[in-house]
Ligand binder design. Structure first.
Ligand code: PEP
Ligand code: MN
Length: 260
């Protein structure tokens, strides 16, 4: 899969990073500069946020899309952002380099079909209770529209025990999906664990398991984040993680993709 010149599913692991949500111009520019500097190849940031409660921050929506486009162009980094409504696919595709379909929408078939029709690269997240066959059949809805640009993302499944982690990162999914599908597979250790202090260990484990990349939440100031601050790394923590990921990648004969 190619996203604005970045190859996902090739020999190198691609790291995507950024805040859960686009919150302000200052926040998204600071995040973009920090993650790019540390070696991330894509900037993440939600403009439309699917929140459990309707009273939680829902994202800056169209204003967030404008900021993403601006930051992507000015900082020089490809962008990925979530689309939650099939009617917004065109608008989101016009402002971001990759569409994210979130865990809650993995089986939103009209959304999958619209994303397929767009021809835009799609990051499809596994639903928290979805089997791997359900996940792959959801991806098939996009492929079936003639859009081969699909990346699978394991983001944690419903846990047995929520006392310590938000979800359980299903690392088994990585080698299994790599075997039964041709699609690139990445891992989201942020939603997979729900706590910043566990993110580096699971990120490294995912690379060791053969993931084609990671998507990691990074916020300039996690304490002030409007969503998912507890699982967001600081820019310094992310930069440290990137250094340790290089060593893990080398141990499994891979590299972390760097800007050429
Ligand atoms: C996100 O990436 O911020 C998000 C909402 O992810 P998921 O769909 O995996 O919960
Ligand atoms: Mn999030």
């Amino acid at each position: 899969v190619k996203v604005r010149g970045v190859e996902i599913g090739g020999p190198d692991c691609v790291i995507m990073a950024g805040p859960c949500a686009v919150e302000s111009r200052e926040q998204i520019f600071a995040a973009a500069r920090a993650v790019k500097e540390a070696g991330a190849r894509l900037l993440r940031g939600g403009a439309f946020k699917p929140r459990t409660s309707p009273y939680s921050f829902q994202g800056l929506q169209n204003e967030g899309l404008e900021l993403l486009k601006e930051v992507g162009e000015q900082v020089g980094i490809a962008t990925v952002t979530e689309v939650i409504d099939p009617h917004d696919v065109g608008e989101v595709a016009a402002h971001a380099d990759m569409l994210q379909i979130g865990a809650r929408n993995m089986q939103n078939f009209p959304l999958l079909i619209e994303a397929g029709r767009s021809g835009h690269p799609v990051l499809l997240k596994r639903g928290p209770s979805a089997s791997l066959d359900e996940f792959l059949l959801a991806a098939e809805y996009i492929l079936d529209q003639g859009n081969p640009q699909v990346v699978l993302c394991e983001r944690g499944v419903h846990p047995l025990d929520r006392a310590y982690t938000r979800n359980t990162t299903d690392l088994n999914a990585v080698p299994v999906l790599k075997e039964i599908s041709h699609l690139p597979v990445i891992v989201d250790p942020s939603h997979g664990t729900g706590h910043a202090r566990y993110v580096p260990a699971i990120a490294r484990a995912a690379v060791a398991a053969g993931a084609d990349g990671l998507i990691v939440e990074v916020h300039p100031c996690p304490r002030e984040a409007l969503s998912d601050g507890q699982q967001s790394l600081t820019p310094a923590q992310f930069a440290d993680l990137m250094i340790s990921l290089e060593r893990v990648a080398a141990a499994v004969d891979r590299r972390i993709a760097r800007q050429s």
